[in-house]
Design a protein around this ligand. Sequence first.
Ligand code: OGA
Ligand code: MN
Length: 281
Amino acid sequence: MPHESPSITVRPLAGAVGAEVAGVDLAGDPDDATVAALRRIWLDHGVIFFRDQDLPPARLLAFARRFGEVIEYPFLRGLDGFPEIIPVVKLPHERTNFGGVWHSDTAYLDIPPMATMLVAREVPPHGGDTLFACQTAAYEALSDGMKRLLAGLQAVNSSARADVSRTREDRMRDSGRSDAPKEYTATHPVVRTHPETGRRSLYINRAHTAAFAEMTEAESAPLLDYLFDHQVRPEFTCRFRWQPGSLAFWDNRRVLHNPVNDYHGFRRVMHRVTLAGTRPR
Ligand code: OGA
Ligand code: MN
């Protein structure tokens, strides 16, 4: 697809999702045509990656605001002076990594975020990659019968599922928000339609989705477990290797992500911003 900024290059990372974008300085106040081109590239690829970007907090926020309204994360305090930016940190002695289960960000909110931007500040010498999985590809690979079955279903998403709650504990201890509620739950369609592309995608995930609406967890588990495995099949995924100054910008309406926890003994520090979304439909 042609883009009007001729200097921008797009290199897909895998078949279904993810592309590295070069030739643009995100801190250099890109013009409206460049931002529009980036938005189209982002919608085409689901998650885009930039390298060697000089984006200290104020500039990260300024860039993020070109794409939407920046919102705060309910469980953790942000950086001093920048409540919208949360540090995503794993320290050398820690064993769990924040968000280390396949998920879409805060899917337990009634209005979950459209997008997330994550910029790497300090990375381990090896490991600490992040995986992404395209939920449009996952949905489209299902049989017609399964698509029909899922079309009418809603699912309950919770912030309090044990596996993902554990991944927040280290940070809740040092930067938890005292005003955070105990649990959020939200019911969303199992298959959502992307408000910008019109394409359908699976909108459940192993970290947050507890059950189909009006069914028990036991009744839901067999089909949910099947879908949790299906939705992250290798051919729907890509994998990103971070360097300091790398930025990932993903579409929570279309992709899941999962940071790989393979760097015990090393420190990894990222800064995260999320952008407001709309109610999934
Ligand atoms: C997040 C998250 C991914 C990572 O910040 O939402 O899931 O690579 N982190 O640290
Ligand atoms: Mn996440």
